[in-house]
Design a binder for this molecule. Structure first.
Ligand code: SF4
Length: 360
C-alpha cells in the first residue's frame, strides 16, 4: 500500500552554480500552466490511499507567490493523510515570508526544509545563492514560531572552503536550535555551472577531516546520525526520506519527479513542453526480483542502523549472503552484522557509496 507522495515544483528565482535538479527560472505564466497540469496528473493517478508522508520539493516551492502557493496547497488537499502524517515543504530563505509560513501551517504542513547550504558570505557568492547569514537567522526564527520540525540543508567541501569555514557554519547551524540537518559534500555534476567552469574539488583528506569534524560535533550536540548525510534529534528523523531508504513505494508527481508503484520505478519527463502536453512519464521499468533486492540493500545500507537480515529473508525467501557475496566486506570490516542487522561500519560511512557499488 502506497503511503507517500513527492510533488516537484521546478521554479527558482535564480540558478545555483552546483545545481543539477530539474528546475527553471520562475515565470508566472508557466507557473499557472504547470500547476493546472500538476492538478490533472495527480487527479489521474492518485488512487485515494491515506498517506503517511507528503513532500513538496523542488526547485523552490516558496518561489511561488501567495496566490500560487495557495493553489498548489489546494491541489495537494486531494491527497488524504493518515493520523500522525508528516507534510514537508522545501523553502528558500530569499522567498519564504510570514504570510507564506502561516498559509503552509493552515494547510496542515508540519515540517519545513530550508535550503541554507552555507552561512558564509564568500561561499554563498561562489555557489550563487542570494541570501545572507542574517537573513537565515531571522527567517528561521520566524519559521520556528509556526513549526517545530525544521530541517536545514547545508553543504560542505565547497570550492576553497577551509575547515574553519565548516566550523563556523556548524556553529551558526547549532545556534538555530532546529532538530534536523542534511549535510552534503559538494558533487560537481555534469552540465552545472561548476562543471562548465571546471571548478575543482577540495583536497580529499580535507573533505574527510570536515566529515569527521561534522560527525563529532553533531553527535556531541545530541544529533543522531541516522543516514549517511542526515542527522536528527530523537523523534525528528525524516519519515518521508525513510520511505526511500526502506525501499517502500511512493508517488512522484510533477516534472522530473520519480516514483515507485506496483513494483515499477518511473521517472517523469524533464521537458516542460512534454509535461504541459500531458506526456508525464519519460521512463518506466518493472523491477526484477534481483533489482528489488539490490534496491533493498543499497538504499537500506544508507541508514546507519542498516538492514534486517531477517526481513530480507522474509521478503525474498532467500538469505542475503546467498545472493550477494559480502564475505570480503565483512572480513575487512567495511560491513558488520550485529543482532542480525547488516550495516556499514562507522569508520566507513564516509565511503558508503563506494561500498554500495559492490551490490550492483
Ligand atoms: S539548488 Fe535549489 S534553489 Fe538552487 S537552482 Fe537548484 S533547485 Fe533552485
Amino acid at each position: 500500500m502506497v503511503k507517500s507522495a513527492y510533488i516537484h515544483i521546478p521554479f527558482c528565482e535564480s540558478i545555483c552554480a552546483y545545481c543539477d535538479f530539474c528546475k527553471f527560472l520562475y515565470n508566472n505564466e508557466w507557473v499557472d500552466r504547470y500547476l493546472k497540469e500538476l492538478k490533472k496528473e495527480i487527479q489521474l493517478n492518485y488512487k485515494g490511499e491515506e498517506l503517511k508522508t507528503i513532500y513538496i520539493g523542488g526547485g523552490t516551492p516558496s518561489s511561488l507567490n501567495v496566490k500560487e502557493l495557495k493553489f498548489l496547497l489546494d491541489i495537494c488537499s486531494i491527497l488524504k493523510k493518515e493520523q500522525n502524517y508528516e507534510y514537508t515543504v522545501e523553502v528558500n530563505i530569499e522567498n519564504i515570508d510570514e504570510e507564506k509560513a502561516i498559509l503552509l501551517k493552515k494547510y496542515g504542513v508540519n515540517r519545513i526544509s530550508v535550503g541554507v547550504e552555507t552561512f558564509n558570505a564568500k561561499l554563498l557568492k561562489v555557489i550563487e545563492r542570494k541570501h545572507t547569514k542574517d537573513m537565515v537567522l531571522s527567517k528561521v526564527l520566524m519559521l520556528k514560531k509556526y513549526f517545530d520540525n525544521i530541517n536545514i540543508d547545508l553543504m560542505y567541501a565547497l570550492p576553497n572552503e577551509t575547515l574553519s569555514d565548516v566550523k563556523s557554519d556548524l556553529a551558526s547551524f547549532l545556534s538555530l536550535d532546529v532538530p534536523h540537518i542534511s549535510l552534503y559534500s559538494l558533487i560537481i555534476e555534469p552540465h552545472t555551472k561548476f562543471s562548465v567552469k571546471k571548478v575543482e574539488y577540495i583536497d580529499e583528506d580535507l573533505d574527510y577531516e570536515m566529515y569527521k569534524y561534522i560527525n563529532k560535533v553533531l553527535k556531541e550536540n545530541g544529533y543522531m546520525h541516522y543516514e549517511t548525510s542526515n542527522y536528527a534529534k530523537v523523534g525528528f528523523e525524516s519519515k518521508h526520506n525513510l520511505t526511500y531508504w526502506d525501499n517502500l513505494e511512493y508517488y512522484g508527481f510533477g516534472i522530473g519527479a520519480s516514483g515507485y508503484l506496483n513494483n515499477v520505478r518511473y521517472e517523469n519527463t524533464h521537458s516542460i513542453n512534454n509535461y504541459l502536453s500531458g506526456n508525464y512519464i519519460m521512463d518506466k521499468h518493472e523491477l526484477s526480483e534481483l533489482e528489488d533486492m539490490q534496491n533493498f540493500v543499497i538504499l537500506g545500507l544508507r541508514k546507519i542502523k542498516g538492514i534486517s537480515l531477517l526481513k530480507f529473508k522474509q521478503k525474498y525467501s532467500k538469505n542475503l549472503e546467498d545472493i550477494f557475496d559480502i564475505s570480503d566486506m565483512l572480513r575487512n570490516g567495511k560491513l558488520k552484522i550485529v543482532d542480525n542487522q547488516l550495516f556499514v561500519s562507522e569508520e566507513y560511512t564516509y565511503l558508503a557509496n563506494e561500498i554500495l557499488i559492490n551490490f550492483i
